[in-house]
Design a protein around this ligand. Structure first.
Ligand code: SF4
Length: 908
């Protein structure tokens, strides 16, 4: 760890300077600002919870009015170690979600055909009995894997893993392969950990291949620390073809061709090697250079100097001149960034998430080549550098954990993608169409694949086919395009209405957050006894924790399946375990330091977490690899040290795993062409590269449609097009443009701007919500009424019947809606592009930009799912199917959600 190049910090811990002190949270008085000039006092109970509006898990404080019992607003929780009292706009907007007049308040069951729009209210008991009974039958008949749980935003760590293990079901499905699998495998190949943890606050130089100040992964916790570093003098460089808000706040903006980022990063690596800006002590101790020489450079001498010579030769072609041509940059830009990295040394920090990884075939080399720069400079685990996520992500043990199951579900983990970092979730419709299996009970949970995933019409085709999906249960806090095709819609709580625990790698410290239903906590503090959270939530809105416990009892009512025992109270096996028993055990037994902190305040560990909403577990976590250990480590210069999570316990430059599984050209950090390679495009004609995945800082994928504040801020959805392209193609701002993909087309409006490089166009993935009924199916704050038509075999058209319009409701603001543009659901027109290694959907599209044809209307999306199926087949042909060495379905050291026993990895 270096200290010589640390920058001065603004404050010691950058905490807020003024806020209600926690010892007065139970009875906080303040004057009502809206009553001014009268002096009207309000009395509140301030109850902490956790934001559920992105993956960052920032702390919130709910202001519960002591007179009315209502939540009046949300502010930041100053006691939260990750967010330190700050939130982005989406945190306080939780209040909109609680009081959304359009929200679903009761369980509903389909009436008529699926997707027909008919619903009836049912009781929780009816829903649980029906769903649980059906699952119990499937499990009794050995059809465990016909039960699938498909999650969008988990917002919790470990509860569902435990539940699926207890059921003995290999049915965990995630959204990760349309989100971040690519970056994850790039990082994991180096260290075994699939995410980075940047120590931004202490960095001297920050390189971002994402829009981290505005929308990146761990947005608010990261953004505040990046700004802290910037105010202390750190420099920032952003690599993005688009002038994002982050790029505009950066010292250097590198607008390279999409997918060429690894070439840029390897050119920087070459310069670092040429300048000898390499931490040789670190590389010699912690990189698998001996094995790299043996396998990759067998003719070279077996010494460290020879390894460095091999690197110099390996990357000799990546000259600044070559990279500048390949990436569309200036040589001076590449040299300047390399210089900044060399000078920052151990205080060089970076991040990539989505962007290059999620956009491109071979995009996973983006994270791998970025990590290479940290390895060379020794900025791994240092103050101001980059650590593996696992060092700071804190996963407490869950109560009474069931053993791993030994099943393997090929609908999720097919043989073609043995190295896929997560489940091949977005190929599910194609697998079902091919007859690879079927589903009896399919849960979508805070997930909206019809809208979010590529090729949404193929999702509609399988969701409406009861032979393929027997029962679709949508657990959701809000309406969605997918919930429309459910058999049950089960309303689940937003941030202030549920229990979850979670921890994220926001900075160089470990912490645990606790989300809680604030009205239940308030009622219990008033002395009331609450059995189930839906008793205090709006309507009958529930929470998943209690739902899964009660459902599991319905799956196995008499305990004969061996499932019920995992959900029985430890104090009385004749009733389900309560949330207090469950989380009370966790906080008492598996969070180091918490019992002592609680005792110091005269509280139980659960009482402490209910009071503060979070606890810091370890501060200043650096260089964990160097910590001495007695078991499972690696010997470094005579001492056993903890090391990394790879087979060698070192950072792996050369990956034997890639070689073993047939990817001989991908064994080391390298550069392979993207599917949207700029030199392959007809740029003289109408072809361009579409970037469809940039986030807006104020929206939440598909879940912010119920937040009026957020839609008032963000509601336009133009196609960013460089002004020179607009002129060449004959477009002006606000003109309609037909954007043709390989499976169809959609119609948007042009925004001619200098803020994107020529040859590239972009549209945010947040907008374009739609509903099929005027008063149901989606929030009217955000969605267009549409007509979804099947025009022929596989041919679909979605047409907007109007824009966003004012409506009458209990909230007078709904009459004041002034925004109109719902945007365009572009993802419908994207065929799947599964990267053959990471399994990630490569989101970028080769598109043709043409004038609209007669009859085209704004928002039209027209798709032929037969064509999208053909594209699926083309990409499937790029794979190298398993099994691999020893008959394995997947390398044993490759993690996966709800990891089964080793025996399940084996085909023989
Ligand atoms: S970054 Fe914003 S949306 Fe995400 S958890 Fe924090 S406050 Fe909520």
């Amino acid at each position: 760890m270096t200290t010589d190049n640390e920058l001065p910090r603004i404050t010691d811990d950058a905490h807020l300077m003024n806020y209600p002190p926690p010892d007065r949270w139970d009875d906080w008085e303040e004057y009502d600002a809206q009553a001014w000039p009268d002096r009207v006092k309000n009395r509140f109970r301030l109850i902490p919870t956790t934001c559920f509006n992105c993956e960052s898990g920032c702390g919130l404080l709910a202001y519960v009015d002591k007179d009315s019992g209502e939540i009046r607003r949300f502010e930041g929780n100053p006691e939260h170690p990750g967010s330190r009292g700050r939130n982005c706009a989406k945190g306080p907007a939780t209040i909109n979600q609680v009081y959304d007049p359009e929200r679903i308040l009761h369980p509903m069951r389909r009436v008529g055909k699926r997707g027909g729009g008919g619903w009836e209210q049912v009781t929780w008991e009816e829903a649980l009995t029906d769903i649980g009974g059906r699952m119990g039958r499937a499990i009794r008949e050995g059809r465990n894997d016909e039960i699938m749980y498909h999650v969008g935003r988990p917002g919790e760590d470990g509860f569902m893993d435990r539940t699926l293990k207890a059921w003995g079901v290999d049915g965990h499905n995630s959204h990760t392969n349309i989100c971040s699998s690519s970056a994850r495998i790039g990082y994991a190949l180096w260290s075994g950990f699939d995410r980075p943890s940047a120590d931004f606050a202490n960095a001297r130089f920050i390189l971002l291949l994402s829009a981290h100040l505005e929308t990146g992964h761990y947005f608010n916790p990261h953004a505040q620390r990046i700004m802290e570093a910037k105010q202390a003098g750190a420099q920032i460089a952003t690599v993005d073809p688009r002038l994002s808000n982050t790029a505009s706040m950066s010292d250097h903006w590198l607008s390279c061709w999409p997918g060429t980022e690894p070439a840029l990063l390897l050119a920087i690596a070459r310069l670092l090697l040429e300048w000898d800006a390499v931490d040789h002590d670190f590389v010699r101790r912690w990189v698998n250079w001996e094995s790299s020489l043996i396998h990759k450079y067998p003719d070279r001498p077996r010494n460290y100097g020879s390894f460095i010579d091999a690197l110099k030769d390996e990357y000799a072609m990546y000259t600044p001149q070559w990279a500048a041509d390949e990436c569309g940059l200036e040589i001076s830009q590449i040299e300047t960034v390399a210089q900044c990295i060399a000078e920052a040394g151990h205080a060089f920090s970076s991040h990539t998430w989505r962007s290059v990884g999620s956009g491109n075939l071979n995009g996973w080399q983006g994270a791998r080549t970025l990590q290479f720069l940290h390895v060379l400079t020794g900025s791994v685990g240092t103050k101001g550098g980059l650590s593996p996520s696992g060092w700071v992500k804190f996963k407490p043990e869950h109560w009474n954990m069931p053993p791993a199951h030994s099943r393997w579900n090929e609908l999720l983990w097919p043989k073609e993608y043995p190295l896929a970092h997560h489940e091949m979730s977005f190929l599910l419709p194609h697998f079902l169409k091919e007859g690879r299996g079927k589903l009896d009970v399919y849960f979508t949970r805070v997930y909206n694949p019809v809208w979010t995933n590529p090729d949404g019409f193929s999702w509609i085709e399988v969701l409406t086919d009861e032979e393929k999906i027997g029962l679709h249960v949508a657990l959701t806090p809000t309406w969605s395009e997918t919930a429309w095709y459910a058999d049950y819609i089960l309303p689940m709580g937003v941030a202030a209405e549920r229990h979850d625990t979670h921890s994220y790698e926001t900075h160089a410290a470990k912490w645990l957050g606790f989300r809680q239903p604030v009205l239940r906590v308030a009622a219990e503090r008033d002395g009331k006894t609450i059995a189930r959270t839906h008793e205090t939530n709006p309507g009958e809105v529930w929470e998943e924790t209690e739902f899964w416990i009660d459902l599991s009892w319905k799956v196995d009512p008499d305990g004969s399946l061996g499932i019920r025992k995992w959900f029985e109270s430890p104090n009385d096996p004749n009733r389900p375990v309560s949330v207090d028993e469950y989380y009370g055990w966790m906080f008492e037994n598996s969070v180091p330091g918490l019992p002592d902190k609680a005792a110091a305040e005269g509280l139980t560990p659960l009482g402490y977490m209910r009071k503060y909403g979070a606890v810091e577990v370890e501060k200043d976590v650096y260089q964990v690899n160097d910590r001495p250990t007695t078991e499972g480590g690696v010997e470094i210069e005579g001492t056993m040290r903890q090391g990394f999570k790879t087979p060698s316990k070192k950072l792996e430059y050369y990956s034997e795993t890639m070689d073993d599984w047939g990817w001989h050209d991908e064994t080391i950090p390298g550069y392979q062409k993207t599917h949207v390679y700029w030199r392959d495009m007809d740029m003289a004609g109408s072809e361009r590269i579409l970037l469809p995945i940039f986030r807006l800082p104020t929206l939440i994928h598909t879940r912010s449609g119920n937040a009026k504040y957020l839609y008032e801020i963000s509601h336009g959805h133009p196609l960013w097009m460089n002004a020179t392209d607009a002129e060449k193609l004959g477009f002006e701002t606000t003109d309609l443009v037909r954007i043709e993909t390989d499976s169809g087309h959609f119609v948007m409006r042009v925004w001619a701007t200098e803020g994107i490089r020529p040859g590239v166009v972009a549209a945010s993935h947040h907008l374009g919500r739609w509903r099929q009924h005027n008063e149901r199916g989606n929030d009217r704050w955000s969605s267009a009424l549409v007509n979804v038509e099947q025009l022929g075999d596989g041919k679909w058209r979605l047409r907007q019947l109007g824009g966003i319009e004012p409506f009458t409701s209990d909230d007078p603001d709904s009459e004041r809606i002034w925004w109109k543009d719902p945007g365009v659901n572009q993802n419908l027109a994207f065929p799947v592009h599964p990267d053959p290694i990471s399994g990630m959907h490569a989101w970028h599209q080769r598109v043709r930009l043409v004038k609209p044809e007669p009859g085209d209307m704004y928002g039209d999306v027209v798709v032929d799912t037969n064509k999208s199926f053909d594209v699926y087949k083309e990409w499937l042909a790029k794979t190298k199917p398993g099994p691999g060495p020893g008959g394995l379905r997947r390398p044993l050291h490759f993690d996966r959600p709800v990891k089964p026993t080793d025996s399940a990895y084996r085909t023989r």
